[in-house]
Write a protein that binds this ligand. Structure first.
Ligand SMILES: [Zn+2]
Length: 296
């Protein structure tokens, strides 16, 4: 029994930096095994329990899936744990929206439109601090960039600007762009001139920091628009360009300085509310079709 393709949620009203999408596959053969063999439920009870089953945020968003979840781009893949074929697999998609002025109205409108029946969508609210969110953002960025291709420097620049100014259409601004430079005239903001984008020095410096953080584990030092920089060189540049003074970050030694810089980029120390929308539509469909076979 083929599962009809579900219409994806429309996220176009959200600034892209406020939304993170996760997806994972769950093996229902493994899940049924747990509920019937390990927990000793009769198939019918197992079925109704599994329909209510809600994975945790950690399970849904883990960079590396743990049983009974797995990740695979291969449509014909078998479960890595029990080898069950694809009709036993259900895709679970999770959308994480960062609370805040830029996204609150769009989030309320989206949630209001979701169907209520059978918990097809599950809403989970959590809290995190700004630093953790910043590192999540950085992790996602690293996974989406190919550091072996030079264009990643521009992509990382665009991603950071998207975080800084979520309302600007950066895809359009970056169209046909060849270079990003430190502006000699602007003290804030940015301007595009021909195929070049000029950033005010503070923003340019922050782009360098993000590029450093993205690539520092990849190779010795970090790769930036200004070439490869060690932490020492990066901080020296930030100091000479007046960035550390402007952000009241002078003083302290190197590693403390990097820590303080990251805190600034993350937006300070406060907490952020996170809203997760778990799309359970395919999961519910698959549980039903699998059970129909299972109970025979
Ligand atoms: Zn399995």
């Amino acid at each position: 029994m083929a599962t009809a393709k579900k219409k994806p949620l429309d996220l176009s009203a959200f600034p892209s930096a406020s939304v993170t999408e996760y997806s994972t596959l769950v093996c229902l053969a493994c899940v049924f095994e747990i509920f019937t063999k390990q927990l000793g439920f009769a198939p019918r009870t197992a079925y109704s329990e599994i329909r209510k089953y809600s994975p945790t945020i950690a399970e849904l968003t883990a960079p590396k899936a743990l049983p009974p979840f797995f990740d695979s781009d291969d449509k014909q893949a078998h479960c890595p744990y029990c080898n069950a074929g694809k009709r036993w697999h259900a895709l679970l998609e999770t959308i994480r929206i960062e609370g805040g002025k830029a996204s609150d109205a769009a989030r309320r409108a989206l949630i209001k439109k979701l169907p209520q029946k059978d918990n097809q969508f599950q809403l989970i609210e959590t809290k995190s601090d700004k630093r953790a969110i910043f590192f999540d953002w950085l992790d996602t960025l690293v996974r989406n960039l190919n550091l072996d291709e030079e264009s990643w420097l521009l992509e990382a620049t665009r991603a950071y600007l998207g975080r800084l100014e979520p309302k600007t259409n950066w895809i359009e601004v970056f169209e046909g762009l060849r270079a990003v430079r430190r502006s000699q005239r602007l003290s804030e903001g940015w301007e595009r001139e021909g195929s070049r984008l000029f950033l005010a020095p503070p923003i340019y410096n922050e782009v360098l920091i993000v590029q450093y953080l993205v690539s520092r584990s990849h190779v010795h030092g970090g790769q930036t628009l200004e070439g490869r920089l060690t932490l020492f060189e990066l901080i020296r540049r930030l100091r000479y360009s007046g960035y550390l003074d402007a952000k009241e970050l002078s003083g302290a030694d190197q590693s403390d300085t990097l820590d303080a810089i990251i805190e600034k980029l993350a937006g300070g120390q406060g907490k952020v509310k996170l809203y997760h929308i778990v799309d359970r539509r395919e999961f519910l469909d698959r549980v039903k079709s699998v059970y129909a076979r299972y109970a025979m």
